[in-house]
Ligand binder design. Structure first.
Ligand code: SF4
Ligand code: SF4
Length: 248
């Protein structure tokens, strides 16, 4: 169990991603508590900064067994239905049972946005890369579909696009022959918003997914990670992931 708050800056990004300016208002869940941090929208010419480390804290005590709202929201936002066996899967619900006490937990799993991502290490073309703010992405223009990254990912977080895609969200370009995984809804984050899964969870009244800046000591996520016992899945691998869990 890892209770530390990582405030180490990420490596420099290999590619600057264009963002947008206007920051959206935060969604208040209690006086003084917001589900995500305000005013992180970036100007279009501004590069992602290693002063920020985007992450999530998932409270498994609030994640409802049988609820799939985060999975549906991800598919809707990013252009896959999950109806075909070969569809991409960026987030999945996992049910786990503690054999020592019989307690069950329901939790979402997605790309863990590793600080030291094995998917980036093995990519022969540089398509798999990490932004300065910790978000791990695939540049589809130079991905050759070799799938080394899929084999290297310990969380089985990546999918290969097998079929031609239609009706895509213009903010989330995807294509046949490329590997892809959770982008932390970077197109929303760069506009000051939060990932679609976190928004859907909150709209369903569960508030199990807290998105925010792990580097900002005043952010709600940072305070909780500092104060509470949180877990990095497979912390033994030393990847220092951006997705943290509470209650397991
Ligand atoms: S979870 Fe897998 S795909 Fe995501 S950054 Fe880590 S190794 Fe890469
Ligand atoms: S499938 Fe694409 S992103 Fe993955 S290792 Fe190969 S070139 Fe890199």
């Amino acid at each position: 169990m890892d209770k530390t708050n990582d405030d180490k800056p990420s490596d420099g990004s290999r590619r600057q991603f264009i963002g947008y300016g206007a920051a959206m208002a935060g969604l208040a869940i209690a006086p003084g508590v917001t589900l995500f941090d305000l005013a992180h929208g970036r100007a279009p010419e501004e590069a992602a900064s290693n002063k920020v480390r985007w992450g999530m804290l998932i409270d498994t005590g609030k994640c409802a067994s049988g609820c799939n709202d985060c999975v549906s929201a991800c598919g809707k936002e990013n252009g896959f239905s999950g109806s075909r066996e070969t569809d991409s899967q960026w987030i999945r619900k996992v049910e786990i049972k503690d054999l020592r006490n019989g307690q069950s937990h329901s939790l979402p799993m997605m790309c863990q946005h590793c600080e030291h991502p094995p998917c980036v290490d093995v990519c022969p073309t540089g398509a798999s890369f990490k932004r300065a703010d910790g978000i791990v992405l695939v540049d589809r223009h130079i991905c050759i579909g070799c799938r080394y990254c899929m084999m290297a990912c310990p969380y089985k977080a990546r999918s290969f696009v097998h079929e031609e895609l239609h009706d895509q969200n213009p903010d989330v370009p995807r294509g046949k022959g490329c590997v892809e995984s959770c982008t932390l809804c970077v197109h929303r984050v760069d506009k000051g918003g939060q990932p679609a899964c976190a928004e859907a969870c909150s709209e369903a009244g569960h508030n199990a997914i807290l998105f925010g800046d792990l580097n900002d000591q005043n952010s709600e996520i940072s305070k909780r990670v500092t104060k509470l016992a949180t877990t990095q899945v497979r912390a033994d691998l030393g990847l220092n992931v951006g997705i943290r869990y509470q209650g397991i």
